[in-house]
Write a protein that binds this ligand. Structure first.
Ligand code: ZN
Length: 347
């Protein structure tokens, strides 16, 4: 898991631009490689700069607050590898128990405590909802602190760990380990609960994008802070449009006569319709671009394009009458001779 940018700058989530600037100046001075000769100063300095780059930029900061990842990490498979695949409601439940004793992030909530596990919820959206953005109500199981639960473990007196003293020839060594009675919880118990959340999905999301909902994961172990909820998006295929990033592709079969003569057609958009002029003599495979009629980009607010790919629709069967007209055109154009001449150039 990437470090929280607010933690890197040692400021709170609600910090003002002024606070962020101040914190950045202080830490940049502290870790500047010209000043600080410790071996990790340079990496610290870079970390501080990267955090400031995001948090000092109001749009970048807003997106980071919403998604929990920076623009650079977004959609780039930055990977929080801690949870398992699956689909929706029941798998979110399964994940709790798969990772129940696996919580490994260091605690901030006192002795023996750990951050609660992150949860995953798989959310499947229609292409329309992904393009427009949607508020989706989801229900999931999670672990909450059991009501009335306190640091009641008698073995460790609620601290979550025990000291073991080992005598060796060099003297006694004291070792600290998780309390075997309460598994490091100090006696604070958790129980399974169910909750319903309204998830705001922004316009432009695509399959495999992850939305981080801070603090909506499991309650911490031994009184530690809550984990996060990750909503993993899948966008369903559409019957009419194919998606390519923020562009849409529409395949349109047009009768041969219309390609020869030219026409104007009403083509469907994801929302509404639009006129498309097909000029006389348009070749099969021609791509027409309807600018801005694709999907809104998550970054920058502009939209992709809709590409209409025209292919010729040749009638498989024609009536006697129609055949006569086709023969007539072929004769007028001397198409049989033209074809023979062309083939000769290939020999
Ligand atoms: Zn204990």
């Amino acid at each position: 898991m990437a470090k929280d940018l607010y933690d890197v700058l040692e400021v709170s989530k609600g910090a003002s631009d002024q606070d962020i600037k101040k914190a950045y100046r202080r830490l940049a001075r502290k870790y500047h490689p010209d000043v600080n000769k410790s071996p990790d100063a340079e990496s610290k300095f870079k970390e501080v700069q990267a955090a400031f780059d995001v948090l000092s930029h109001s749009e970048k900061r807003a997106r980071y607050d919403q998604f929990g990842v920076t623009d650079d990490q977004m959609g780039g498979g930055s990977g929080f590898g801690g949870f398992h695949g699956g689909g929706g409601f029941n798998d979110a439940f399964g994940d709790i128990f798969e990772s129940f004793f696996g919580g490994s992030r260091s605690g901030r909530g006192g002795a023996g405590s750990q951050v609660g596990e992150d949860l995953r919820y798989d959310l499947t959206l229609s292409l329309e909802d992904a393009a427009k953005g949607v508020t989706q109500s989801i229900t999931l199981y999670y672990l909450d602190v059991k009501s009335g639960s306190t640091r009641s473990c008698k073995q460790c007196k609620g601290t979550g760990f025990v000291e073991m003293v080992q005598r060796t020839i060099l003297g006694s060594i004291s070792q600290r380990s998780a309390c075997p009675v309460c598994y490091g919880t100090g006696g604070i118990e958790r129980e399974k609960k169910q909750k319903t959340l309204d998830i705001k999905v922004p316009a432009g999301v695509d399959t495999d994008m992850k939305l981080r909902i801070s603090g909506e994961g499991n309650a911490g172990i031994g009184g530690g802070p809550r984990g996060d909820l990750f909503v993993v998006i899948t966008v369903k295929d559409h019957r009419t449009f194919r998606r390519d990033g923020s562009d849409l592709i529409l395949n349109l079969r047009v009768p041969v006569t219309q390609l020869v003569l030219g026409t104007t057609v009403r083509v469907p958009l994801l929302e509404g319709e639009s006129d498309l002029k097909i000029p006389a003599g348009t070749q099969t495979g021609t791509k027409f671009r309807l600018k801005g009629k694709g999907i809104k980009r998550l970054k920058g607010g502009s939209s992709g394009d809709l590409f209409v790919v025209v292919t010729v629709d040749i009638p498989k069967e024609v009536s006697k009458d129609e055949r006569r007209y086709f023969e007539h055109i072929a004769n007028l154009r001397r198409d049989d001779e033209a074809l023979k001449t062309f083939i000769n150039t290939l020999k």
